[in-house]
Design a protein around this ligand. Structure first.
Ligand SMILES: Cc1cc2nc3c(=O)[nH]c(=O)nc-3n(C[C@H](O)[C@H](O)[C@H](O)COP(=O)(O)OP(=O)(O)OC[C@H]3O[C@@H](n4cnc5c(N)ncnc54)[C@H](O)[C@@H]3O)c2cc1C
Length: 447
C-alpha cells in the first residue's frame, strides 16, 4: 500500500488552507528540476528536516545539496503545524524510555531536544529569520486527580533526569498566569519551549539554505528511485537527479513505495487545527487570558492551543483516519464544538481557518535518525510524533554531520538510532490507529 489516506491528503496542488499561509511573504521561486543534474547530496523533502540538513551542509561544510520537494517548500507538516517549538518527539513516556534505554541515554535524548529548541532560536538569529517567537516555555494542564499525579511524576522526571527548568502550578497559579480554568487541577510549566510561526520559520530556512548555496527544487516529486553502481538516480517528472548520497526527509508524507527499506515502517496520523478571528482585549479578559505560552492538556483527547501574535486562538487536536472531504467537514464541526465547549465565552467567535496535515509515528514510538545498513549512502530522519519543529531542526543538523563524517551513527543517542522496524501486517496500520483511538476513548487515555 503506497499511501494510507485519501489521495487529497497528498495532493500538492491543494494548499493547506492554513492561517500561516496568510502571514508569510510569498514563497521565493524555487524552480522544479527541469533537466538531468548531478550533485553530491540529494535531499528528498523540503520541510524543516530537509532544509535544516541542506542549510547545515552548505553553510558549515560547503556542500551544495539539492532538495527535491514534491509540493512547494514547506508544503508538508512544517508549514502547517501548531508552531509549538517544544520537546516530546517520542510517544513513549519518560518512565518507559528510562526502563528501555537507561538513565544516561534518556538524559542525552532530552538534552538533544532542548538543544533543538535552542538551535531554532540560534538559526533565526544567525540567518535573520523572522519567526514571531512567543511565550516562555510550554504549559501542560491536568484535569482529574490521576492526571495531576501524572504531571507531578512528569515534573520529577523532567527536573531530575532531563534537567529542565520546570514548575508545578496549582489552580490559583493557573488563573494568575494562564487563564481562568476552574475545572483544572493544575499545570506543569516546562521552561524550554516557545511558540513560533512555522511557515515563516520553514520558508526562512529555505531562503537561508539557498543563500548559502543549496539548490532547492519545488514541484519535483521523486517518482522512482534507481541505483546505478554507486550513484542514486532520482526520477522526477521533468528531470533526473544523480547523487552519491541521499537524505530522506519525507516524514509523514513518506510513501511506502519510495524505498523498500523504508516502506511499511512509518505510520502517518492526521492532526487538525482551527483558528479564530483576532480576539479583542475585552474577549481575552472575559476568559481571564494571561499568556502567549503554548498550552496542551492531559485529557482523554489531546487539545493544544496558543494565542497568536494578532490575538487569534489556534486550537488543535488529533484528526480523522480517512482524510477525504466528507471526513474533513465532520472533523471541522467536531473541532468547533470542542472549542466552544472548552471556551464557552468565545462560543460566537468566528472560526476563520481550518486545516489538517500528517504527523509521523514509528513502530518503536520513538524518532529515527540514521543511515540504512543495506545501503550506507542513504540517510534518514523522521517520526517526531507531532513534535518536529525543534527535533526536525536538530535532526537536520545531525544528518549534515553524519553525511560529512563529522559524526557517526554510533555517536547518536540510542533512542534515535534504533533500527527501523516494520509494522506487523502493515496494510492494517490504519485499522490499528482506529482501534487505538476507540480504545483510548473508552479507557479515557490521552491521545
Ligand atoms: C496539524 C499539525 C500540527 C503540528 N503541530 C506541531 C507543533 O505544534 N509542534 C511541533 O513540534 N510539531 C508539530 N507538528 C509536527 C511537525 O510539523 C513535523 O514533525 C515536522 O514539520 C516534520 O518536518 P519534516 O521536514 O520532517 O517533514 P514535512 O514538513 O512533513 O516535510 C516532508 C516533505 O516531504 C515531501 N515529500 C514526500 N514524499 C516526497 C517525494 N517522493 N518526493 C519529493 N518530496 C516528497 C512532502 O511533500 C513534504 O513537504 C504538527 C504537524 C501537523 C500536521
Amino acid at each position: 500500500m503506497a499511501i494510507l489516506y485519501d489521495a487529497a491528503v497528498y495532493d500538492r496542488t491543494l494548499s493547506a488552507g492554513s492561517y500561516w499561509e496568510t502571514t508569510a511573504v510569498a514563497e521565493a521561486n524555487y524552480p522544479a528540476l527541469a533537466q538531468d543534474e548531478t550533485c553530491e547530496v540529494a535531499i528528498i523533502g523540503g520541510g524543516i528536516t530537509g532544509l535544516s540538513a541542506a542549510l547545515h551542509l552548505a553553510r558549515d561544510y560547503g556542500i551544495q545539496a539539492r532538495i527535491l520537494e514534491a509540493g512547494g517548500l514547506a508544503w508538508g507538516a512544517s508549514g502547517r503545524n501548531g508552531g509549538f517549538c517544544c520537546v516530546g518527539a517520542a510517544a513513549l513516556g519518560g518512565d518507559r524510555l528510562l526502563k528501555k534505554f537507561g538513565q544516561s541515554e534518556t538524559r542525552r535524548y532530552y538534552q538533544a531536544q532542548r538543544e533543538g529548541t535552542e538551535l531554532v532560536k540560534q538559526l533565526a538569529a544567525e540567518e535573520a529569520i523572522q519567526i514571531d517567537a512567543q511565550g516562555d516555555g510550554e504549559i501542560e494542564i491536568a484535569y482529574g486527580g490521576d492526571r495531576w499525579r501524572g504531571l507531578v511524576a512528569d515534573y520529577e522526571f523532567l527536573t531530575e533526569i532531563a534537567d529542565y527548568p520546570c514548575k508545578l502550578w496549582l489552580p490559583k497559579d493557573l488563573a494568575e498566569q494562564v487563564y481562568s480554568n476552574p475545572g483544572a487541577c493544575g499545570a506543569l510549566h516546562i521552561g524550554v519551549s516557545f511558540g513560533l510561526n512555522p511557515m515563516k520559520y520553514t520558508l526562512g530556512l529555505a531562503s537561508a539554505a539557498c543563500q548559502h548555496g543549496a539548490v532547492l527544487h519545488s514541484h519535483s516529486p521523486v517518482e522512482a528511485w534507481e541505483k546505478d553502481g554507486n550513484w542514486h538516480l532520482l526520477h522526477t517528472p521533468a528531470g533526473r537527479l544523480k547523487a552519491k548520497t541521499v537524505i530522506v526527509a519525507t516524514n509523514g508524507y513518506t510513501e511506502d513505495r519510495l524505498h523498500p527499506q523504508l516502506g511499511d515502517r512509518l505510520l502517518p496520523l492526521l492532526s487538525s487545527i482551527i483558528t479564530t478571528r483576532p480576539l479583542t482585549a475585552a474577549e481575552l479578559e472575559a476568559q481571564g487570558w494571561r499568556t502567549e505560552t503554548p498550552i496542551h492538556e492531559t485529557h482523554n483527547v489531546l487539545f493544544y492551543y496558543r494565542l497568536l501574535k494578532d490575538g487569534r486562538l489556534l486550537f488543535g487536536s488529533r484528526g480523522g483516519t480517512v482524510g477525504d472531504r466528507a471526513e474533513n467537514e465532520r472533523r471541522h464541526r467536531w473541532m468547533v464544538q470542542a472549542f466552544q465547549e472548552k471556551f464557552p465565552v468565545w462560543r460566537d467567535v468566528e472560526i476563520t481557518h481550518s486545516w489538517n496535515g500528517l504527523v509521523c509515528a514509528s513502530a518503536t514510538l520513538t524518532p529515527h535518525l540514521g543511515r540504512l545498513t543495506a545501503d550506507e549512502s542513504i540517510f534518514y530522519g523522521f517520526a517526531y510524533h507531532g513534535s518536529g519543529v525543534s527535533t526536525g531542526t536538530w535532526s537536520g543538523r545531525a544528518l549534515a554531520q553524519l553525511v560529512t563524517g563529522r559524526a557517526q551513527v554510533r555517536d547518536l543517542c540510542a533512542i534515535f538510532r534504533q533500527p527501523l522496524k516494520k509494522f506487523p501486517l502493515p496494510a492494517l496500520r490504519i485499522w490499528y490507529l482506529r482501534a487505538t483511538f476507540t480504545l483510548a476513548d473508552l479507557l479515557k487515555l490521552s491521545l
